[in-house]
Design a protein around this ligand. Structure first.
Ligand code: NAD
Ligand code: LMR
Length: 328
């Protein structure tokens, strides 16, 4: 029997939590023979709903679920954790941009970063989902003294999945045929889903989809605005697909990346691709051992891509400026 992996999830009684916890507990994240401990963190008003979620987890009798600890104490919630999944925060409503949430959500990530630094396992990795996730991740990383920067991630995998699905539909192929899709920059309306480097069945997307106007126009804006479209249609932000994005992100970071491919996740820039050092920006990364990861080198950036990446990086710089008071 393997030692359990401990996973902490904040906002565990929320919409995303309601999809995510059952995927983790069932083995979808770490595999069918890997036991998991769940440490479920909520604020006081969410504790009653969380009790119900814990009852439902019990009622599934998952073979891979070892222990469940519901708590509103951050120290207890992050104790010994290997993966901190920071979901808990307020979602935007119709008509808002994600960065409008900075004032409400940003401060949450100071206390959580500190509690991770003080309590988590020495190999802890943190994935921020709560919006605006790039800058919230920056705040948490800054507060987590002693935890290396390369253990902090913000989620753009949902955007990657959305982009792959749009390209596959347009080309009339299964989404499995789409690879090398990078989301650059911010998880926001300025993100750039890069069709210039993406491939369909190993061929350049631009050779398979001849409608360049669609690629430069409708494709990009559909991916950029997909979160807003879901809020308009559902009256609430994406939840099941977001939970799926979390599962996919963690799986990609804990298993070797297929040869020649990459995955999108926002990481702390060391100046790669001209992205300002210290920003949490999405870029192509890969891992060969499922533990350490590296930014993929040599991805070509043409003038069209450069403009779009720069615009998203500019927005990240503005967000960083807006939260200076939360950075020690
Ligand atoms: P929700 O309102 O359904 O749930 C959020 C939960 O977080 C609530 O139960 C609330 O009590 C809890 N919470 C609030 N503050 C907390 C704190 N300080 N500590 C612990 N828990 C806290 O929202 P949701 O639909 O689950 O979305 C959660 C966040 O994820 C939102 O910010 C949303 O915008 C974001 N999101 C990000 C992506 C992405 O791709 N990065 C995708 C979808 C949603
Ligand atoms: C999404 O992309 O679906 C989430 O970030 C929620 C939102 O506010 O769009």
């Amino acid at each position: 029997m393997k030692d359990p992996i401990t996973v902490s999830v904040t906002g565990a009684a929320g919409q995303i939590g309601y999809s995510l916890l059952f995927r983790i507990a069932s083995g979808a994240m770490f595999g069918p023979d890997q036991p998991v401990n769940l440490r479920l963190i909520e604020i006081e008003p969410g504790m009653k709903a969380l009790e119900g979620v814990v009852m439902e987890l019990d009622d599934c009798a998952f073979p891979t679920l070892n222990e469940v600890v519901p708590t509103c104490d951050l120290n207890e919630g992050f104790r010994g954790t290997n993966w901190a999944l920071l979901v808990g925060s307020v979602p935007r409503k119709a008509g808002m941009e994600r960065k409008d949430l900075l004032g409400i959500n940003g401060k949450i990530f100071v206390g959580q970063g500190k509690a991770i630094a003080g309590n988590a396992a020495s190999d802890v990795r943190t994935l921020v989902v709560g919006n605006p996730c790039n800058t919230n991740c920056l705040i948490a990383m800054n507060a987590a003294d002693g935890v290396p920067n390369d253990r902090f991630f913000a989620m753009t995998r949902l955007d990657e999945n959305r982009a792959k699905s749009q390209l596959a539909k347009k080309a009339g192929v299964h989404q499995n045929a789409v690879s090398n899709l990078c989301i650059w920059g911010n998880h926001s309306a300025t993100q750039y889903p890069d069709f210039t480097n993406a491939k369909i069945d190993g061929k350049a997307v631009t050779d398979v989809i001849s409608d360049r106007a669609w690629l430069e126009g409708e494709f990009i804006s559909t991916v950029q605005q997909r979160g807003a479209a879901i809020i308009q249609a559902r009256g609430a932000s994406s939840a099941a697909s977001a939970a799926n994005g979390v599962v996919d992100t963690v799986k990609s970071l804990t298993n070797p990346t297929p040869a020649g491919d990459w995955t999108s996740v926002a990481v702390c820039s060391n100046g790669e691709f001209g992205i300002d050092t210290g920003l949490i920006a999405s870029m192509p990364i890969r891992t060969s051992d499922g533990k350490s990861w590296e930014v993929v080198e040599g991805v070509e950036i043409d003038a069209f891509s450069r403009d779009r990446i720069d615009a998203s990086v500019q927005e990240l710089k503005e967000e960083r400026e807006a939260v200076q008071d939360l950075m020690s």
